[in-house]
Design a protein around this ligand. Structure first.
Ligand SMILES: COc1cc(COC(=O)c2cn[nH]c2)cc(-c2cccnc2)c1
Length: 230
């Protein structure tokens, strides 16, 4: 999978070198390319924003740099999916991550300021599938944090990126429920004991107990995830 990121803060993504995704990149499983949007500005001040038509506070990202940047990163790509992190987007979930990991080429357009000129989304739709994507109902100063989260959520689903694919299945939200509690040595710690069932060696009973814990936690913390509640 190829991932291109367009941002005015390219160094923000340096951390991708060190994390799990760093290994995936060097193993050739993920091809992540980060670009400074200002590469596609031509004035002395490398301007990417301007005042909004119609007035209002703040600045809006100019369409020209985005048009040239999107042309450049999609030029040798069949059908890219172009994701713009935005408070006005569809909510990103594990299901979205599973959907996006099937894509050959993902482009993340990180907006700043009060947003990107709307015509950029219309133009981008002539280059690929455009998806405005929100991490949740809050506003960030820019799309970079959201893009990083989405890149990690999608990247770790690429076959070979996570050592033990088994661990991908037993995860929170993979089966629609929150994950069961986990414990490791010592079996007693500061007066807190590991639930005895987990020391019993009875794998059938352990699986049943874990499932029960998942259901209980989901009812308590995220009833919205339960079937029939969406
Ligand atoms: C593309 O247009 C954007 C993008 C972003 C950054 O993304 C998020 O904030 C986000 C992504 N998931 N959840 C929130 C922010 C604004 C923005 C800022 C201030 C006022 N209004 C809008 C606009």
């Amino acid at each position: 999978m190829r991932i291109d990121v367009l941002t005015i803060f390219p160094s923000f993504f340096d951390v991708l070198e060190v994390s799990l995704l760093g290994k995936a990149r060097s193993a050739g499983l993920l091809d992540v390319r980060v670009h400074d949007l200002r590469e596609w500005t031509h004035d002395r001040h490398r301007t990417v924003d301007d005042t909004p038509y119609g007035g209002g506070a703040g600045m809006v990202m100019k369409p020209e740099p985005w048009g040239e940047a999107l042309d450049a990163v999609t030029q040798d790509s069949e059908r890219p999916v172009i994701v713009f992190p935005s408070p006005a987007g569809e909510v990103f979930s594990q299901r979205t991550a599973r959907d996006l990991v099937e894509t050959d080429h993902l482009v993340f357009g990180c907006g700043r300021y009060e947003g990107i000129d709307e015509r950029v989304f219309a133009y981008a739709a002539t280059l690929g599938e455009v998806r405005l994507m929100s991490l949740g109902d809050y506003v960030l100063n820019g799309g970079e944090v959201a893009a990083m989260a989405m890149i990690e959520a999608v990247g770790r689903l690429v076959p070979g990126v996570v050592g033990n694919p088994e661990s991908l299945v037993e995860e929170s939200h993979e089966d629609g429920l929150l994950e069961y509690p986990s414990y490791t040595k010592p079996s007693s710690w500061r007066g807190y004991d590991v639930p005895p069932i987990l020391l019993s060696g009875n794998h059938g009973a352990i699986a049943a107990w874990r499932r029960e814990q998942q259901v209980q936690r989901t009812i308590e913390r995220r009833p919205d995830l339960l079937p029939g509640n969406d």
